[in-house]
Each structure stands twice: as C-alpha cells, then as structure tokens.
Ligand binder design. Structure first.
Ligand SMILES: [Zn+2]
Length: 700
C-alpha cells in the first residue's frame, strides 16, 4: 500500500510546479506496478468465470468438439465474454460482474459495452437480456483495434479503412515539404506500419494489397498539394533491397505472409497453447499442421494461418536429436542452411526408415555401413551432422536464421526471394556495389537519394521525358544539345566548366564519361584538395546535386549562376553538413566488466579445426583443488569451428561428470559459443545439442 498512499502530485504551470495533491486511491500513471495490479484484479475476474463454468452456471463457447470452452478473453483493458444466450447465463454473468465491481471498485461502463447475439437468438430473449444487463447496444458491426468485429463474405470492403487511413496520413500538410529522403523515412516508419496490425492477423485480399501499394506509390512520386506526377520506376523495383539497387520498400503481400507465418510458427512450437487447443482440433485433427489443408468452409483466420504455414515450409528443417521422428526421404534434414531431402526414389525396404535407424544403438553414432548402403551419395553430408548423444527430441527449426528463430524480417526475405529473382531478371546484369559506393558513403540523405536517382537514370531530363511521350523540348536550355542525364551532369559546357574548376585530384577524366554506373566507383572516390576544407564526405555527389539545382533554377526561374558559383554552392553545403555531423558526438561506450564466479573446479576446452579436411582436434583440461585431468581426441566430419569448440566443451562437461563434481566454471576461447550458451539460444546445428547439454547436466 506504501506505493499507493505515499505519492503526491503537483502540476507544471508555465514551467514551474504548483499545487499539492495527495491521491487517496489508485497508483501513479505510468508506474510499472500498475499493470501488475491490474492483472491481479483481472485474475480474480477470470477465476470467477472459470469457477462458474465448472459449476455449470455459465457455458463458454467452443469452436469444435475437442476444443476448450472459452467464456472470456482479456485484451489490455478490454474484456470479452462468450456465453450461451440464455437467461441463466446472463443472470450468472451479472452476478459475477457485481461481485467483481464490489471487490475491485472498478465499475462496468454500460454505455461503452455491447452485446452481440447470434442470428438465431429469439427476439424476446434478446430483449430480456438487454433489460437484465442494462447493456442496450448491440455490437458486431463495428471495429475493434482497426479490424472488423465480424467477417462476412466481402472482405475487401471491410479493410478499406486501411487505405483511407494511409491516404489521410500521406496528405497531411507536414508531408508536403519533405525531401525525397524525408519521404523515404516517412514511408518506411509511418505509412508502412499502418496496415501491420491487420496484416499480422489476416491475409489481406490481393486487390486491397494493390490499393495499399498504389497509395504508397502515389505518395512516393507525387508532389505536394495532390499534384499527380510520373512514377519513374515500378514499385516492384523499389522493393528490392538497397544492395540490389532498390530502396528496400515493402511488398505488401510478401510482408503480409511474413506476418502470418508468425502465428503459424507459434502453433507449431506450442500446439498446446490456447490458440492451438482451440483451432487444431477443428481444422487439423491429426495434429500435423505442416500437411493439413484448408477446407472451403474454414474461417478466413484459419486460411490466413495456412498462408503463413506455406511460407514457413520454404525454410523449415529438422535438427536431429535422437532421429526418431524424421523420415529419411520425406523430411528435410540433410542441411542446416536450407531445407534438403535426399534424392529418391526410396526403395520399398527403405521407404519407412527414420533417421534413428541410421544410428548405432549402442553409441548413438552414425552407422556408416548402413548409410553407404541406403544413401551413398549423401554420406559426407550426413557424417557432418551430429546427432544428440543423450537422446534429445528432434526439433523443427526455421533455417533462415542462425538461431533457428523465426522473425518477420527473415520471413519477409524468404517470401521475397523468388520475387526478387523475377524482378532482377529484366535488369541489366552489371555488377554494381550499391552498398559500398553509395549507401555507405558519408553524405546527406537527400544527396544520397539524388545520386541514387542519377545512377538509376531516372532524373526528369528532356531526353527521358520525351522517351516517356511527354511533350517537352528535349534540348538543353543552355547549349541546345539533347538533354540526357550524362549531358546535364558532365558534358554540357556549363557542367564541364564546373568540373574543371573543382578541386578534385585523380587521373579520372570527367569529360570522357559515357556510363555513369560503370565509372561511378572511380568517380566517387576522387579526393578533394585541402583548401576546400572537406575531409570526410566525398565532394562528387555534392557537385552533381548542385548542378541539378542550378539546372532547375535556370529552367524554372530563369536564373543562371556562374560555374564558379555552382561549385562553391556544392562546397559550402557539403562543408556545412560535415560540420553538423561532427557536432553529433558519439556516445562513449562504457565497458562493463563482470566478476567471474569463484569456483573450485575450472574446466577449459579448446579446439583446432581444418576447413579443407573438416578434421578437428579437441582438447580439455579440468583442474580441481586436488588434481587435474586432461584429455584430447580428434574428430572428423566437423563442418565448422564453432561446432568443434562446442564438441570440445562437451568433452569437458563429460569429464567433469565422470569426476562427479557439481559446480564447475567452464572456460572456452570461442566468444560465439559462450554467447550462445549464455543466451540459451544456441545457433543451429549440432551445436544445438552440444551447448544444450551443459545446461542439461549442470543447470547453468
Ligand atoms: Zn547543355
């Protein structure tokens, strides 16, 4: 009670605190205790409902035979009750609520509550329940957290509000004056997340995805005040990652799939959770989510989960424990980087073999003779896999990440993989290091975006506009030649003058420029002479930017500066930007040293590994106050140094166990291994069991 009664408030009025309020109830807003107190209270409500159900006073609703009856769900501060429409359950529920109100002091706001009846509920009963509960509103047609409360056949209209919200946000006045770089941030951090919640629950109809994409496209290309402008490259190309020449914008459909896979992996990992117990008996009676199909009568929610499941299938693979649940032909188990099955066909005798059949029962090691007989072409690969020596269970893991955990980010990459290839197919195949020669440069974001546009050749110059059938004079306003990107930025006499004046050193001759992308690596690396005062930012992109500004001033405002002015403009803004960057001080890293626990027994392990032969040498050393033990052995078919280190540690653990010591400090020089153990999230692979092992034995 201390934290509730000892608080006082004052108010900030014109910057100074005034007044003194001693609250008599409730705790300070934002107090970390607040949610716990709330949960404690809700727990009582939950308990009351469950007790009433056990006593038969109320009856929750179940979606299928075998699914649990659910009578209430709590979400943040909202509560939903699901009951059979009967006088008895209405009376019982009201009794529970009254009890809760009296005990907690939290009263139900009947104005904000509503009841949804099924279509078959008789009118008189509805009336009676309304009067009894004093809740007069009927729900079911509104929205909850931006999603419709009920789904009908026409899903398209139900989600339409998403597009409206995006358009509304995009057209707000603050967006009109953003630079391209600002727009990119706005698009990625404000507009793209708008449909996220809906996308993480349901599959959005394709037509809606297209409309969302088109709202994004319009925002990206159009100018302020609703002026429609030309889209210079397709949205698909913008969705390419930055190192492939795109901007890393989101493909809505792929993103939707990646979100849905999150629910599917939860069902896979935890089939006994509430969601699993509710849905699996209805749609997937045999419990195998990976192979079940979606009946046409299935709900949209289930259909969405299977869409996510299909994405998962692209990257799910088995990590071998005891091998008992993995069929050698049907399940992907040969590789931990991407799912891989042996090439068939299986013979009749071997078709039902599981991985554990390939292990020697006595030692748990591979039965090489049998492998040579059944899967001769996969011998090398199989021997590199390390099954558990302690009979751990096989686990299905997402192979797209190192630690086997699914995340939306990697799911999205997996969903985009094929799409990316398709998009890139039509692109010029020239190797170009976008990351190194553009995105990693120290440049103002807007200059970066402009350089990206120049490299993509999507500046609205005369020649390009004409190619797009826009009725303009394609000639350069200064010299009368055809205005191409190269002409404007390099070959126009005006541009030449600017380059000739520029304080750049290097042998690269700008006047010989024919292909900006081919020459870019050399060009952007040109160094700047000291008098300009520019040290860290490359000057070339700033000059390009300045040339473009000068061109627009000339074309639209009829203002012509001299080449020297254009150059000095570039240098001035580059320097200004550079100085501003220096002011942003880097935070000093504070190293925290952790005191090692004092232990009497210390076990050290180390490994040597050869990449060419895949052989490893393992060594371990256990020192106790009385004496010390050491050992070493060699191991073959070890696929990585990490696994070698893991195996060495395992030997150390085994040695400690045979000595019968209970408390040990394990030391290894592999930071990656130590990190994996401490996080209890071992990277995939055999290491899963190597490092899972010490915690199993010693509980560390
Ligand atoms: Zn010109």
């Amino acid at each position: 009670m201390q934290c509730i009664s000892s608080v006082t408030y004052s108010f900030l009025i014109n910057g100074s605190p005034r007044g003194h309020v001693t609250p008599s109830r409730g705790i300070r807003q934002g107090d970390p205790l607040s949610p716990y107190i709330f949960i404690l209270c809700s727990e009582v409500l939950s308990g009351l409902c469950n007790k009433a159900q056990q006593e038969g006073l109320i009856q929750g609703i179940r979606v299928a035979r075998g699914s649990p009856r659910i009578n209430h769900l709590l979400f943040a501060d909202d509560t939903m009750f699901f009951l059979k429409a009967s006088k008895g359950s209405a009376t019982a529920l009201m009794a529970i609520l009254r009890k809760y109100e009296e005990a907690s002091g939290q009263y139900i706001n009947r104005e904000k509550s509503s009841i949804t009846f099924s279509r078959k509920a008789p009118v008189e009963l509805k009336q009676w329940i309304h009067t009894e509960t004093q809740i007069l509103k009927e729900g079911g047609v509104g929205k909850y957290l931006g999603l419709p409360e009920h789904f009908g056949r026409r899903k398209r209209d139900l989600f339409t509000s998403i597009v409206d919200r995006i358009k509304q946000k995009a057209s707000s006045w603050s967006n009109r004056y953003l630079s391209t770089a600002g727009k990119l941030v706005m698009l990625q951090s404000v507009l793209t997340p708008i449909p996220s919640h809906s996308m993480s629950c349901f599959q959005l109809p394709v037509s809606l995805c297209k409309r969302i994409q088109s709202a994004f496209t319009r925002y990206w290309w159009d100018g302020g005040k609703g002026k429609k402008k030309m889209a210079w490259i397709s949205w698909e190309k913008l969705t390419l990652p930055k190192d492939s020449g795109g901007l890393g914008l989101r493909d809505i459909q792929a993103f939707n799939e990646a979100f849905l896979a999150k629910i599917s992996i939860r069902l896979l990992d935890n089939p006994n959770g509430l969601l699993g117990r509710t849905l699996l008996p209805k749609y997937c009676p045999d419990g195998n989510l990976l192979s079940c199909t979606s009946p046409s009568a299935a709900s949209h929610g289930w259909h969405s989960i299977l869409v996510g499941r299909d994405l998962l299938l692209k990257k799910l693979g088995w990590v071998i424990g005891n091998g008992a649940s993995i069929n050698i032909w049907d399940d992907p188990w040969l590789n931990l980087d991407s799912p891989l099955r042996p090439m068939g066909p299986a013979t009749q005798q071997t078709s039902s073999l599981v991985v554990s059949d390939l292990l020697l029962p006595a030692t748990g090691e591979w039965n090489i003779n049998l492998i040579q007989e059944v899967l001769p072409f996969e011998e090398q690969r199989i021997l590199c896999l390390q099954p558990s020596t302690k009979g751990a269970r096989d686990v299905l893991k997402w192979l797209g990440t190192k630690d086997g955990k699914y995340s939306v980010k990697f799911g999205y990459h997996a969903a985009m993989e094929e799409l990316k290839e398709e998009i890139l197919e039509g692109e010029a195949t020239m190797e170009f290091d976008w990351k190194k020669t553009l995105w990693n440069l120290k440049l103002a974001p807007k200059v970066k975006m402009f350089t990206w546009k120049s490299l993509k050749g999507i500046l609205p110059v005369g020649e390009r506009l004409l190619a797009r059938h826009i009725n303009v004079d394609p000639r350069c306003k200064r010299c009368g030649s055809s205005e191409s990107v190269n002409h404007l930025l390099f070959h126009c006499p005006f541009a030449r003058d600017v380059w000739n004046l520029s304080p750049l050193v290097g042998s690269f001759d700008v006047s010989g420029m024919t292909d900006l992308r081919a020459d870019w690596t050399e060009l952007q690396a040109l160094k700047c002479l000291p008098p300009s005062g520019i040290t860290s930012t490359p000057l070339v992109p700033w000059i390009l930017w300045s040339l473009w500004k000068a061109r627009n001033k000339y074309v639209f405002d009829n203002f012509s500066g001299s080449p020297a002015e254009t150059l000095s403009q570039a240098i001035v803004v580059a320097r200004e930007w550079e100085i501003a960057q220096q002011l942003v001080e880097k935070k000093a890293h504070v190293k925290v040293s952790v005191a090692l626990p004092q232990m009497k027994v210390v076990a050290q392990s180390d490994a040597a590994w050869s990449e060419s032969s895949l052989n490893a040498g393992l060594g371990w050393f256990v020192s106790t106050p009385e004496n010390h033990t050491e050992g070493s052995r060699s191991a073959s078919f070890i696929p990585s140094v990490l696994i070698a280190e893991g195996l060495a540690l395992r030997e150390g653990v085994e040695a400690c166990r045979s000595l019968g010591v209970k408390e040990v400090r394990f030391e290894s020089d592999s930071a990656q291994l130590i990190k994996a153990i401490n996080r209890r999230e071992p990277p995939l692979g055999d290491l899963w069991y190597c490092v899972g092992y010490p915690s199993f034995v010693y509980g560390i």
